[in-house]
Design a protein around this ligand. Structure first.
Ligand code: HEM
Ligand code: HEM
Length: 212
């Protein structure tokens, strides 16, 4: 047996699973828990990207990011059990890791934008100029317009509603994309485990795999 997945990668993986499930389940129940878990996911992703450059050999991007053709060749050979076994991520798995990291990051970032649309969180200050530009455009509005009862509030509310809706839709889209990738990821793990007659899930727990 040989050590493949270091402590950080294993901690990252299972914490990520736990936190994503927490964020998903709490989305419509508790905003506090949802936002807390979502931030923790973003921090984990940033740490994993850094680890991809400075971490243990099998955790480094350069050790598992191959050409897309190699990934296709691996997938083609899988059903016939002719796909070559790798100690780290296989060529198709490597692309899946990149896709998961990217889509999970976008899920959290659109979540932050969603939160900022409510005037809360770290992006609230950055996204404030949108509100300022609305104020600016109002400064140039005609006196007649200004005298319409409730004109300010109506313009402002409509603008905010549009913003909220866009971020809401994008956040939802990213969550659904992420769920699709996770389903394919789990199917891939099972297929590869079957193909090479080894328990890849256990390896992600213990960190070890048989050498050949
Ligand atoms: C929210 C759900 C999940 C997400 C977001 C996720 C994400 C990931 C990511 C990003 C990696 C790459 C690890 C790294 O190099 O740092 C990975 C690897 C892995 N995941 Fe998951 N995962 C999820 C659920 C699961 C589940 C439920 C299982 C078990 C059935 C699983 C089994 C594995 C295994 C075995 C690997 C290593 C694959 C290999 O040997 O190349 N994952 N996962
Ligand atoms: C992996 C992490 C995340 C997952 C899986 C996730 C998932 C979800 C889901 C399923 C919803 C419900 C969407 C709907 O109403 O149809 C939601 C809403 C929301 N999320 Fe997230 N989210 C994540 C991260 C974040 C982060 C980091 C933040 C902000 C800090 C955030 C802020 C929000 C807000 C404010 C809503 C309410 C949107 C609304 O009702 O307009 N999310 N999220």
């Amino acid at each position: 047996m040989i050590k493949v997945w270091d402590r950080f990668v294993r901690f990252f993986h299972w914490s990520l699973v736990l936190l994503i499930v927490t964020a998903y389940v709490s989305a419509e129940r508790s905003e506090t828990l949802h936002v807390w878990a979502g931030h923790a996911v973003l921090i984990l992703i940033v740490m994993r990207v850094v680890w991809g450059f400075i971490g243990a050999p099998h955790a480094r991007f350069c050790s598992f990011v191959t050409s897309p053709l190699a990934a296709l060749a691996y997938l083609k050979a899988l059903p016939a059990r002719r796909a070559p076994r790798t100690l780290g991520h296989n060529p198709a798995g490597g692309w899946m890791v990149l896709a998961l990291l990217a889509v999970i990051a976008l899920t959290t970032l659109t979540g932050l934008a969603n939160y900022a649309a409510e005037g809360k969180g770290v992006l609230a200050a950055v996204m404030a100029p949108t509100a300022v530009s609305v104020t600016d455009s109002r400064a140039g509005s005609t006196p007649e317009h200004d005298h319409l009862p409730g004109a300010h509030e109506t313009d402002h509310d409509e603008h905010d509603d549009d913003d909220d809706a866009v971020w809401h839709e994008l956040h939802e889209l990213m969550v659904n994309l992420m769920l699709m990738l996770v389903a394919v990821h789990i199917a891939g793990v099972l297929a590869s485990s079957w193909d090479h007659r080894e328990n890849l899930v256990r390896a992600m727990v213990t960190g070890t795999k048989r050498e050949r």
